[in-house]
Design a protein around this ligand. Structure first.
Ligand SMILES: Cc1cc2nc3c(=O)[nH]c(=O)nc-3n(C[C@H](O)[C@H](O)[C@H](O)COP(=O)(O)OP(=O)(O)OC[C@H]3O[C@@H](n4cnc5c(N)ncnc54)[C@H](O)[C@@H]3O)c2cc1C
Length: 492
């Protein structure tokens, strides 16, 4: 991979690109890979770091969406189940199957969930990951040893997929670059270039590392900025009326000792009608999530007190080992880019489907959807971009494209003690630049244990200073910024 300064120079020297993509989350990087595999020239610009947005803050499920089944959205579930199957086949290094158990407290509900999940199996067809099972009370106790059993009748076991969201993102990045795409982080799009005919013909970007601005021409500009999509739409047309209705979801991260066993817990309907998961993930348990409509879109949203209380109280209601705020290693918050729908009573019922919007200025926006369906979103976006930019027609090549890992990457993922060598790898092959890039999205330490992340941050800052040949003042600023950020991930 090119050094950052060389890469930036090369990008600035280009006459223009077929496609410029704004946003380096699942949607943007998925689109970059799809487009370059079809032979289009591609540039992707990410304002902060790849995955800084929602794509690092998911529940880590590769799923069809059991809850959307309950909403009767069979088409969405079927499409997601197919994508689930493809993703587990195409990215075996960072995806796996995960058993889920739904405890039941009446015979009627057990029948209801059994039938619903049998339908989930049927809808998966050849992509099914294993048959749904009816469980006795004893069997549930074995699979979820920490569960309270006083009112328990039995349960249902089903299999879904799980993954490490930012590791998958790094694979998409590496494969996009390997296939000829240019992608750079810490580079934000600040305005759009309008052609004489009034259509969008490029972007103006600002690189926060070198503090320079540059412009790039493009036949098509794709807005893949998730929850920030409205900002870019407004750059193309000041009169644009916002279409994204953001919904916040939080996760509490706790130690495994509070929730024993390998199966995940799924409560499809809490007393107030929400979904609750407790998912074993790497060496921790993720407990979440919430669905809170919010008005202000922030890059690092903050968990609200009532969201924290909701998760703690509902988890403690079903789990025998009680937890308090003191037991929480970390909290992380993501924003769902849900699309505005007339008459929708709450964000929980807004469609999780994706949308491609082409406005009069010919800016292509791809938004909504979920991580599991990023490949399909990318396929639809590039099909539309090819039409819009009159690009050579080429079939999509990602359905069976294997996201192979090279040997060094295996080392970077599996090594448990962070080393200088590993950080050098993240800089050279995954474009990590800041302490946050390393501790939040290359390793997941900030998400798993804020205290441990803070403890190692000075060492990481020192390694990065040496690697980037930076000043002491740079290192001090890096540490200050990371310490400030870490406060948002901590409940203590
Ligand atoms: C709490 C929660 C749990 C979820 N769990 C799951 C799950 O388990 N499974 C699943 O399939 N899906 C899940 N999802 C959904 C999934 O995470 C999102 O749909 C997906 O990550 C959205 O990706 P994206 O690339 O569209 O947006 P993002 O990841 O937000 O990426 C957009 C990027 O654009 C960048 N950007 C913004 N403005 C600019 C600019 N001007 N210039 C350059 N870059 C810019 C941002 O910095 C950001 O990195 C969950 C969502 C939430 C909120």
């Amino acid at each position: 991979m090119k050094k950052r300064t060389e890469l930036l120079h090369t990008i600035q020297q280009q006459q223009g690109f077929d496609i410029v993509i704004i946003g380096g989350g699942a949607t943007g990087l998925g689109t970059a890979l799809d487009a370059c595999l079809r032979g289009h020239s591609v540039l992707l610009l990410e304002q902060f770091d790849f995955g800084k947005g929602t794509s690092s803050k998911s529940t880590k499920l590769v799923h069809g969406g059991v809850r959307y089944l309950a909403q009767g959205n069979l088409k969405l579930v079927m499409q997601a189940l197919k994508e689930r199957g493809r993703l587990l086949t195409n990215a075996p290094s960072c995806t796996y199957t995960q058993e889920f158990v739904i405890p039941t407290y009446s015979f009627w509900w057990q029948c209801y969930y059994y039938m619903g999940l049998k339908l989930y199996d049927i809808l998966a067809g050849r992509w099914s990951l294993g048959a749904t099972q009816w469980l006795s009370k004893n069997a549930v106790q074995k699979k979820l040893p920490s569960l309270q059993t006083s009112r328990l009748v039995g349960g249902i076991s089903y299999t879904d997929g799980a993954f490490d969201d930012t590791r998958l993102l790094m694979l998409l990045l590496q494969h996009a670059i390997k296939n000829g795409a240019y992608a750079i982080n810490h580079c934000s799009v600040t305005s759009l270039i309008t052609n004489e005919e009034g259509t969008i013909g490029g972007v103006v970007a600002y690189d926060s590392v070198t503090e320079t601005s540059f412009s790039c021409k493009a036949k098509v500009v794709i807005n893949a900025t998730g929850v920030f999509a409205d900002n870019i739409m407004k750059m193309s047309n000041a009169q644009y009326v916002a279409s994204i209705r953001p919904s916040q979801g939080i996760h509490l991260v706790i130690q495994k000792k509070f929730f024993a066993g390998n199966a995940a817990l799924m409560i499809p309907k809490t007393a107030d009608g929400r979904v609750l998961f407790a998912v074993p993930w790497q060496e921790v348990i993720l407990v979440g999530t919430t669905d809170t409509p919010i008005d202000t879109i922030e890059h690092e949203p903050q968990a609200l007190d009532h969201e924290i209380d909701f998760i703690l109280s509902h988890f403690n209601e079903v789990n025998s080992t009680q937890i308090t705020k003191q037991d929480v290693n970390a909290v992380y918050v993501g924003l769902r880019p849900l699309l505005q729908q007339k008459n929708a009573a709450s964000t929980a019922v807004l469609s999780r489907d994706h949308a491609i919007i082409i406005n009069e200025e010919k800016l292509l926006t791809v938004t909504g959807g979920k991580w599991t369906t990023y490949r399909k979103m990318a396929e639809d976006a590039v099909n539309n971009a090819a039409f819009l930019g009159n690009l050579p027609k080429q079939a999509c090549a990602t359905a069976n494209y294997t996201l192979t890992v090279h040997t060094q990457d295996v080392f970077a993922i599996t090594s448990s003690q962070l080393s200088q060598q590993q950080v050098a790898y993240y800089v050279q092959y995954e474009m990590a630049y800041t302490v946050e890039d390393v501790l939040a999205r290359r390793t997941r330490l900030l998400f798993k244990n804020v205290r441990q992340a803070l403890a190692i941050a000075p060492q990481v800052a020192e390694w990065l200073q040496a690697l980037h040949q930076e000043t002491d003042a740079w290192r001090t600023k890096q540490l200050q910024q990371f310490t400030e950020l870490a406060k948002k991930y901590s409940l203590h």
